[in-house]
Design a protein around this ligand. Sequence first.
Ligand code: NAD
Length: 283
Amino acid sequence: MSATIIDGKAAAEKVRAGLAERVLRLKQKGIVPGLAVILVGDNPASQIYVRNKARACENTGIHSRVERMPENTTQEQLHAMIREINGDPAIHALLVQLPLPGHLNEAEALRQILPAKDADGFTLANAGALLTGTKGVLPCTPRGIIELLKGAGVPLQGAHAAVIGRSNIVGKPTALLLLRENATVTVCHSRTRDLASVVSKADIVVAAVGRPGFVTADMIKPGAAVIDVGINRLGDGRLAGDVDFDRVRETAGWITPVPGGVGPVTIAMLLANAVEAAEAYAR
Ligand code: NAD
């Protein structure tokens, strides 16, 4: 059996087409949705992500504001920039590109973002809304993962899902969203005992570890859906996920590629969060 390859680019395109129509409706009311990105320092991967986000905004009719701050920015300077953008009426959604340089406190910085303008869903108010199942902004990658699974027709209700990784931006919120979809969720992490045996029982596997080739074919139940979140730069410059794609695709029922899987749909969900913030502002 060979897995159905879930096309993240096509899924993202579909989301963006729907958003472009909503942007037009907002423009008819005199509102141009605005997304601001703050980038501190010169991390090369972050520079690429920020450039891609700005380009995606332009292609969807969203106004983008990018603030590049130097590596030696102080916590107070960063907070002042966030507060200024919180008060900018042309901006409806704001994100601080992570990771921040080591001398800056990420949690403190995220606390400065107005929850209504929180493009990434990382503020405490939105994390709490996710935990309690109330209305809030959802983090982009987890929201994109659910979009991919649903779009591919993967049954979620009652399914056993194994999420590998427990970060605040991917693993934990993905587990909560799968739970919201009535999956039975196990979260695996670096201290999990006999991870392979846990993962091999799962109908849905989400790999968010950051290690190329971590998920091997022997860990995958035949027919399972495998979502590869990892982005790893190999020695030869190529990008690879956390899953041994070529072998796992022989066993899995569905699989996402890297690149072209979770990445594009994550950006589409960021745009969705920005448009929804502008729609809430318009009401
Ligand atoms: P992170 O480093 O914060 O978390 C990694 C998690 O993996 C940790 O919770 C840790 O417990 C777990 N882990 C590490 N070693 C392990 C092991 N040996 N066994 C089991 N678990 C182990 O990373 P993150 O921010 O959650 O990102 C994970 C990966 O996803 C990275 O490659 C990152 O670049 C990628 N990512 C991709 C997107 C996207 O849009 N496609 C978005 C965010 C992150």
